[in-house]
Design a protein. Structure first.
Length: 297
């Protein structure tokens, strides 16, 4: 990897780390989720980065892809499993990090997710097969008596691309592909007391540009242009669009149905059990380089 590119990844990682630390110091019981989301995203800009995706604040059995709408009335409760997933880019080079917090106190499910992550990072060296990483992650979950979420994965990162074709399984099995020096990955084990599978819901508030299509509504044309040019093809939130609600609804439905936008449907654990997540962005090396190392309490 070129030095100037690595420096941008490092800078994105520093910002992402600071933002996640800020989020954990800011969150409190009774806080609106939308208030927390807006504070987190504002902090990304304040520190000189840009969001690589809308902050995900997924609670309890909601595993991923939840970002609040402007009128979201959800409040944070002390016993919630609150997963805060932050993505930052600097000139398109992305750092992605997440932690789970339970305000009433640390929990075994949270400890398990963090142990799964730390053990996976140890083997993120050149020559390790991806299936071997998954085996390490699943082994930790098994030791705790929990289940890894099998249909959520870590992912390779590249410029302006969150999921650039290679996935990191959270269970034993999968690809024989070997990790290579200098590759950048988001490692993100998910763990649950439930079945270990998630499913799409009907709700969606995050979208991504896929292709241009003809649009009769001027607002739909504007949203598509924003998705392509302003957000550079990275995921964006419905909350970021400043159009009347009914026009936004109609425009997004058209853009999704025509294949112009990809919808990230909110994901829930199929049995309704809580899910915990932990995530770091790592550069593959003989001594893996963690770009998003958290500040410990």
């Amino acid at each position: 990897m070129e030095k100037k590119i690595l420096e941008k990844y490092i800078q994105a990682g520093i910002i992402a780390k600071k933002v996640l630390d800020y989020a954990l110091s800011t969150v409190k019981e009774g806080m609106l989720v939308v208030e927390l989301a807006e504070k987190i995203e504002a902090k990304i800009f304040e520190l000189g980065g840009e969001p690589a995706f809308p902050v995900n604040i997924s609670i309890n059995e909601v595993a991923a892809h939840y970002t609040p709408t402007k009128d979201d009335k959800t409040v944070i409760k002390p016993d919630d499993y609150l997963k805060i997933d932050v993505g930052v880019h600097v000139d398109g080079y992305i750092a992605d990090t997440a932690r789970t917090v339970v305000l009433s106190g640390r929990d075994d499910l949270v400890k398990c997710a963090e142990k799964m992550l730390s053990e996976a990072i140890r083997v993120f060296v050149p020559g390790t097969r991806l299936r071997e990483v998954g085996a390490v992650i699943e082994s930790v979950a098994s030791d705790f008596g929990f289940s890894p979420v099998r249909n959520l994965t870590g992912h390779r990162l590249s410029r302006f691309d969150l999921h650039s074709g290679t996935t990191v399984p959270n269970f034993a099995g999968g690809s024989e592909r070997e990790l290579a020096e200098g590759e950048v990955y988001a490692i993100e084990p998910f763990v649950t007391t439930g079945s270990g599978w998630v499913k799409d819901t009907e709700k969606v508030s995050i979208f991504k540009y896929m292709k241009d299509v003809p649009c009769r509504l001027p607002e739909a044309r504007k949203i598509l242009r924003m998705a392509r040019e302003d957000f550079r093809g990275l995921p964006f939130a419905r909350r970021w669009l400043n159009f009347p609600k009914i026009v936004t609804d109609i425009s997004l439905r058209h853009l999704v149905s025509s294949g112009a936008l990809h919808p990230y449907y909110i994901l829930k654990e199929v049995s309704g059990a809580p899910v915990a997540q932990a995530e770091h962005t790592v550069v593959v090396a003989d001594k893996p380089k963690v770009l998003t190392a958290w500040t410990r309490e």
